[in-house]
Design a protein around this ligand. Sequence first.
Ligand SMILES: NC(=O)c1ccc[n+]([C@@H]2O[C@H](COP(=O)([O-])OP(=O)(O)OC[C@H]3O[C@@H](n4cnc5c(N)ncnc54)[C@H](OP(=O)(O)O)[C@@H]3O)[C@@H](O)[C@H]2O)c1
Length: 153
Amino acid sequence: MSCLGFPYKMFSSISEYTNSMKAIVGAMRQSEVKRLVVMTSWYTDTSSAQNASFFVRNFLIPLIKSVLNNMFEMEQYLEKECSDLNWTVVRPPGLQNVPVTDKEILTHEGFFVPDEKGYPFTNTVSRADVSRFMLSTLSDEKWTRKLVAMCCK
Ligand SMILES: NC(=O)c1ccc[n+]([C@@H]2O[C@H](COP(=O)([O-])OP(=O)(O)OC[C@H]3O[C@@H](n4cnc5c(N)ncnc54)[C@H](OP(=O)(O)O)[C@@H]3O)[C@@H](O)[C@H]2O)c1
């Protein structure tokens, strides 16, 4: 399970997500480990944020675009070059340092979790609830080679 994170750069791209994933995948193949759960984010395809809030569209996404772009490349690397592994990509919204909840976890195989009108269901989730979902995917074959956005109801 990887929750690795790297700082954004305003005026250039970053490559730590793809580089670290290639190292992880190489080590997994060498040691015959098959299962990988990795955390990325909502909106790794930044064009998917057209219905996000004014703040997210105009401040947050431009600020962290280098991170989202490299996460997207990492996701594509897993999709295109890692069909021998049982990977799951978990995409959460903004992370909060608050206690775990017992709220229902909502999932969507897309770049964010939409409400009934197609707008983002929320902007945030507890880090502990992301852990709760990531751990649950370990024993659920439903998420094999899937990219899943999540949040809590
Ligand atoms: N923050 C959010 O609102 C948010 C929302 C959605 C998605 N995400 C993504 O979710 C992931 C986790 O987010 P976060 O906010 O918890 O990130 P974070 O606080 O920046 O944590 C990043 C983690 O990566 C580790 N790390 C970084 N470089 C490393 C290296 N070279 N070798 C080993 N470990 C290294 C750090 O270890 P050390 O502590 O030892 O440095 C830390 O544990 C990130 O990929 C982030 O982009 C974040």
